[in-house]
Design a protein around this ligand. Structure first.
Ligand SMILES: Cc1cc2nc3c(=O)[nH]c(=O)nc-3n(C[C@H](O)[C@H](O)[C@H](O)COP(=O)(O)O)c2cc1C
Length: 397
């Protein structure tokens, strides 16, 4: 995912420095060229050898070290960088960079970088809330540097409060958003629906289905990484909401219909990956369902057909994609759906094919449009999401 990208990690004198070993390793696994710059004080917390081993690159601490790979190292490495993340960022380094000081390898290199700079402050709450630190953070933001708001929690110093560096998995997401893909969906608004819906029968039970939400979440994440402004309307799932995506949680088909139709006319692309329950109980029992002779009967009615509504109200230039899950005549049934619901594309899968459909991390899709059918092999849901987006982009040109 990060092949050909150069990521600079700047580490300062904070106890959170050890967490960056995980980040460096994760970036390396995604094939980024990772260079770590440490302040002298940071080397008290974690040894540069850790990073040299993880990244295969020399860890840079001393601006005047002559055992170098580059001509003028801080300038060459700054030119090469696609993104620089200073994490943990100490109060000291934040203050130095905000005020134009460049007196070590890290601060000098950051000063020479033209690429995006992201700071993840980590410090004791009193330090973080100090108005001088806050002014320095505002100054960085004023100059276009991104500063991640630290989390609140138990800090290594024993205090509880703001100042906690986000976990490395979160820091990785910030880097991926910056450099993971070409931003070929920038300026586009995309609405994705995901997960199942739940239709209450009584205060305890509900009608639902096996959708995990994984396909829709993968589409939302990949579209965001490709620069789109993404809204994800999601039924109940066990998945962590993706960062940088506006998530609208819903429960029932009615909730989903309202959430979707409330924003659908502002969207360039709508992808309905949710498995909306087709039926709901006509009346929700106030009390538990009453059984009679071990027989339970519930009167059902159809839920709103969200896709049909979207097809009927499609605005000019809007792209509408639905999913179809079939057990037989996948192509025929999906084509009928394409026509009947005025869709631009159907991503179809056959539930009988191994590796396709609900729950798993993979899918086997056929992308059906007016003019063609493209069968994709078994792949991860993230790769399938990328293929769906590629197809939509090519058809919108
Ligand atoms: C155990 C320990 C933990 C520290 N943690 C932090 C921290 O999280 N954030 C911070 O701004 N300073 C922290 N400091 C203080 C910095 O290390 C100190 O301000 C140092 O001058 C920063 O140097 P640097 O910014 O050049 O890395 C810590 C110091 C010690 C001894």
């Amino acid at each position: 995912m990060l092949k050909g990208k150069t990521v600079l990690l700047g580490i300062t004198g904070s106890i959170a420095a050890y967490k960056i070993a995980y980040l460096a390793s994760a970036l390396q696994k995604l094939h980024a060229d990772v260079h770590v710059l440490m302040t002298e004080n940071a080397t008290n917390f974690i040894n540069p050898i850790t990073f040299e081993t993880l990244t295969g690159n020399k860890c840079l601490v001393d601006t005047f070290d002559r055992n170098f790979q580059f001509q003028v190292e801080h300038v060459s490495i700054a030119k090469k960088a696609d993104v620089v993340m200073i994490a943990p960022a100490s109060a000291n380094v934040i203050g130095k960079i905000a005020n134009g000081l460049a007196d070590d390898m890290l601060t000098t290199t950051v000063m020479a970088c033209r690429c995006r700079k992201i700071f993840a402050p980590a410090m004791n709450t009193a330090m973080y809330e100090n108005p001088i630190v806050q002014d320095n953070i505002k100054k960085l933001q004023h100059y276009g540097y991104e500063v991640i708001t630290p989390a609140s929690g138990y800090l290594a110093c024993g205090d509880t409060g703001a100042g906690k560096m986000p976990e490395p998995e979160t820091l990785l997401e910030y880097i991926l958003r910056e450099v993971a893909f070409e931003k070929d969906l920038s300026g586009k608004k995309i609405l994705v629906t995901a997960g199942p819906t739940q239709e209450a029968i009584d205060p305890v039970r509900c009608l639902t289905n096996h959708s995990s939400g994984k396909m829709g979440y993968a589409i939302a994440k990949m579209a965001m990484l490709r620069g789109a402004e993404v809204t994800l309307v999601s039924g109940p799932t066990a998945i962590e909401p993706p960062l940088f995506v506006k998530v609208v949680p819903v429960t029932s088909a009615r909730d989903m219909f309202e959430a979707v139709t409330g924003v659908s006319d502002q969207q360039d692309i709508i992808i309905k990956a949710a498995a909306v329950a087709d039926y709901r109980p006509k009346q929700v029992s106030e009390d538990k369902v009453k059984k009679k002779d071990d027989q339970v009967s519930i009167e059902l009615e159809r839920t709103d057909d969200i896709l049909k509504y979207l097809g009927q109200h499609k605005k000019n230039g809007q792209f509408l994609c639905g999913f179809s899950m079939e057990t037989k005549d996948m192509i025929g049934n999906s084509r009928a759906k394409l026509e009947k619901k005025n869709l631009d594309m159907v991503a179809a899968n056959n539930l009988k094919v191994e590796g396709a459909g609900f729950q798993g991390d993979t899918n086997v899709l056929t992308l059906i449009t007016q003019d063609e059918e493209v069968s994709l092999p078994l792949m991860s849901k993230e790769d399938a999401a990328l293929k769906i987006l590629d197809k939509i982009i090519s058809l919108m040109k």
